[in-house]
Design a protein around this ligand. Structure first.
Ligand code: SF4
Length: 304
């Protein structure tokens, strides 16, 4: 049981049986934009994290004509206990993928794009150059678009991170995913401190002129004081945008849900995070890293 909420917000113990509470239910697609986005992504042979990670909001986001592109293949070299992406030896990078992503953002008339990737520990640069090329291609095809990257840790290789930052994304996102104590259980190979360092270095490499963002999944057994500590750690490393959402188990092979956090508890955490100093906080059961990403205005940081 997490200490996320006080006595009034304690969950019903029957929820431990993995029966999802009502607030987790999502509606199915009913907008034509969902189907046109789906066919466009298929036509351009692209991969979206929306499908790979079985995101519960994909109906809503695609219905609004937005998507998060996952570059560098569908097979990850890591095996995080929460993640639905397949672990396998990845395929070679596709040279024309940056252009295909750019073409999709143009056809979809996106104003904000999120570009992410699996961890490519098989590549010396962890896929950094591929990120760089994709950012550049998107900017060229779609001037004025806000580009958000959600990157792996590149095994803390500064030169690889620099390749990404040289392409000047507007928002740099790297998720710490969970509190420090649970990191070895939840994340494969990634380290809590290393992720914080990556976030700090990315900001420093841009002279502070970039919004940095991170996210936590809740319901994995973390305690409230650990969440608050994670918030303090992120703020101390320059992070100004925070997302918090409910962990949902993709399959019985994945880590079990320890607790379903109530919407009220998520709201309470949002208020706490804002009081602590985050400039933008998205917190709720169905919030994911890229959920309503365009709602955040990165100019808040860039103006400084
Ligand atoms: S690094 Fe972990 S979270 Fe990211 S895609 Fe690979 S398995 Fe999933």
């Amino acid at each position: 049981m997490s200490g996320c909420h006080g006595p009034k917000m304690r969950m019903d113990p029957t929820l431990h049986k993995e029966k999802k509470p009502d607030w987790i239910r999502v509606s199915l697609p009913n907008k034509p934009e969902f189907w046109s986005t789906k066919s466009l992504i298929k036509d351009l042979k692209l991969v979206t994290v929306c499908e790979e990670a079985q995101c519960p909001n994909r109906w809503e986001c695609w219905g609004q004509g937005t998507a998060t592109f996952m570059i560098a293949g569908e097979k990850c070299t890591r095996a995080c206990g929460f993640c639905a992406v397949k672990t396998a030896k990845p395929d070679a990078l596709e040279d024309d993928e940056p252009k295909r992503v750019a073409e999709a953002t143009k056809r979809m008339k996106l104003k904000h794009v999120v570009i992410t990737a699996v961890a490519r520990d098989d590549l010396k640069d962890g896929g950094a150059e591929h990120f760089q090329k994709t950012i550049e291609a998107v900017r060229e095809a779609n001037p004025g678009i806000v580009i958000e990257v959600l990157v792996p840790d590149f095994n803390d290789r500064d030169w690889a991170l620099e390749m990404v930052m040289e392409a000047r994304p507007h928002i740099f996102n790297h998720n710490i995913e969970t509190v420090e104590r649970l990191t070895p259980l939840v994340r494969s190979r990634a380290q809590y401190q290393r992720s914080l360092t990556v976030l700090k270095k990315a900001k420093e490499m841009m002279g502070g002129k970039i919004a940095t963002k991170s996210g936590l999944m809740l319901g994995l057994g973390e305690r409230k004081e650990e969440i608050l500590q994670a918030m303090d750690d992120l703020l101390a490393h320059g992070v100004t945008v925070l997302t918090m959402g409910q962990y949902l188990r993709p399959s019985p092979k994945h880590l079990p849900v320890v607790e379903y956090i109530t919407p009220e508890a998520f709201e309470e955490l949002k208020v706490i995070a804002e009081e602590k100093g985050f400039r933008h906080v998205a917190s709720g059961p169905l919030v994911r890293s890229s959920y309503h990403a365009a709602d955040f205005r990165p100019e808040l940081d860039l103006e400084e």
